[in-house]
Design a protein around this ligand. Sequence first.
Ligand code: PEP
Ligand code: MN
Length: 354
Amino acid sequence: MELRLQPLNLPSDQERAFIIAGPCSAETEEQVITTAKQLAGKGCHIFRAGVWKPRTKPGGFEGHGEPALPWMARVKKETGMLVATEVATPEHVELALKYGIDILWVGARTTANPFAVQALADALKGTDVTVLVKNPVNPDLELWIGALQRINGAGVTKLGAVHRGFSSYEKKLYRNEPMWQIPIELKRRLPELPVVCDPSHISGRRDLIAPLCQQALDLGFDGLIVESHCDPDKAWSDAAQQVTPEVLDFIVSRLIFRDTSEHPDTLKDLRKEIDEIDNDLIDLLAKRMKICRSIGEYKKENGMTIVQTRRYSEILDKRGAQGSLLGIDTLCIKNIFEHIHEESVRQQMEIINR
Ligand code: PEP
Ligand code: MN
């Protein structure tokens, strides 16, 4: 199902990407207004703050709910910024719209639940609000696209996606693994859909925000959503990943906003070369498979097993080392040869079982 979209037209001082910034949670009226004014002073146009907070365990700060919405309305009135908050139930949608929230986002935990997303979609019917759908907590592109389709099916055409990384049992460098191939595939499947990166929830740490922002811009993301708090260390949620408006401004000033439009001539020529090389690669792979099939015939006649572990390890090791000599990551080469080997085995199986 194709999406029916119209441009988000969000204000940005960075011609090539918009930036949404603000605290994880709306904690007090003073914290909201102070942070918003500092951000507006740095040229920020879109303010975020969570009014309803999904928390892993009970007992944490779950947001003030409706009483915090007038603070957001005040931000809008006093700074001129657009305001954004998370919605997880039809009641949240109704209240957010009542207080003039401009952008609603669907949180990662909600996106993972089709019942909840459908209920939100039904509540959004007939509105003209902008909606951003965060990826589900689990690395499931279809579930993410399904949520976008449900919301779009309700007539929401000012729609975007937010990449906030994917949860994993084993905690590594990032709080949520970026798994960039997933948002890249989303962009390939839905080229018109704006995609925003949330480096704060990916990293979980403020020192990793800058490189993640740059990486997202280099990959052609359309915007960034970054958590910023007037006093980050005292934040009631996600303290470790928030930065002051001052620091955010410094990060943004260092970012390189690349031109995502096409450069007709140079790019066209280079892409033509790539196409030719890809054709050669496929030809070579076909030749390799043909030889594999002959080996399959031999193995069949001689009653040999298909997979000969020693030979397989030797291929992976040798090719990996060769690749690294030529500046290609060893693991990448190993992965490629694992796939090639898998297809060779499949073809030999066909021969043996014929
Ligand atoms: C948030 O943006 O504050 C939030 C709760 O994010 P996520 O749904 O990505 O965890
Ligand atoms: Mn947060």
